[in-house]
Design a protein around this ligand. Structure first.
Ligand code: FMN
Length: 193
């Protein structure tokens, strides 16, 4: 698929299904992620894949690391348990934060965000669907321990990837003129003025 078409037409896909993502498809996604801009080439991003039975194992950790989970309704418990079943592949994007004289913390997180966006676009170009999710589980100690994260690691997203299993939404048309101005050397001018 043409790169501009993929970038300008991609939408997030919340309902995903099998078959499993192939090794070749995964490698394309990782190579896309690794082309994210990265100030000083600090390589702050790590990606952890969760698929197959590991999804239900981590789903159980999602549930049991939720405060007072035993008093949650059965429906809520099943929802937490089943969260990772919403796609055949979930990629946990992690930013390793470190002090650097020139590269502030935010830039490390932004770099991983760019890596995630590259994966979303690459998935779309491969004919797959994907969605970037976060939620409470990015802060869960149980999840962090299971994934062997250190105190310097930040979970930047759970990227769900699979085959499209719903009607694709039609995003509203957005006019660039609503978001873009020109600064003419003195003041901001709307580009449609
Ligand atoms: C940092 C970040 C976290 C997000 N977390 C969630 C989430 O937890 N659950 C969710 O349904 N959507 C989440 N979203 C939104 C979706 O990824 C998606 O962007 C949104 O549904 C709009 O769809 P679109 O990408 O097709 O415009 C998040 C987006 C970002 C950028």
């Amino acid at each position: 698929m043409d790169a501009i078409k993929a970038i300008t037409e991609r939408v997030s896909v919340p309902q995903l299904t099998g078959p499993d993502i192939t090794m070749a498809q995964k490698e394309t996604l990782f190579q896309a992620a690794l082309r994210a801009p990265d100030h000083a080439w600090l390589r702050p991003s790590r990606y952890i894949t969760i698929s197959g039975d590991a999804r239900s194992t981590l789903g159980e950790i999602f549930l049991q690391s939720t405060p007072e989970w035993e008093s949650l309704s059965e429906e809520r418990q099943q929802k937490l348990r089943g969260m990772l079943q919403r796609a055949p592949l979930v990629i946990v994007a992690v930013t390793r934060v470190q002090d650097h004289p020139k590269v502030p913390r935010d830039e490390l997180l932004l770099s991983t965000g760019a890596g995630i966006q590259n994966m979303l676009t690459a998935a779309w170009a491969l004919g797959l669907g994907a969605i970037w999710r976060t939620g409470d589980m990015v802060h869960s100690e149980g999840v962090r321990q299971a994934l062997e994260l250190t105190t310097d690691d930040v979970i930047t997203g759970f990227v769900y990837i699979g085959h499209v299993n719903c009607t694709l939404k039609q995003p509203p048309v957005m006019l660039s003129t609503d978001f873009v101005s020109e600064w003419n050397g003195e003041t901001l001018v709307k580009t449609n003025d």
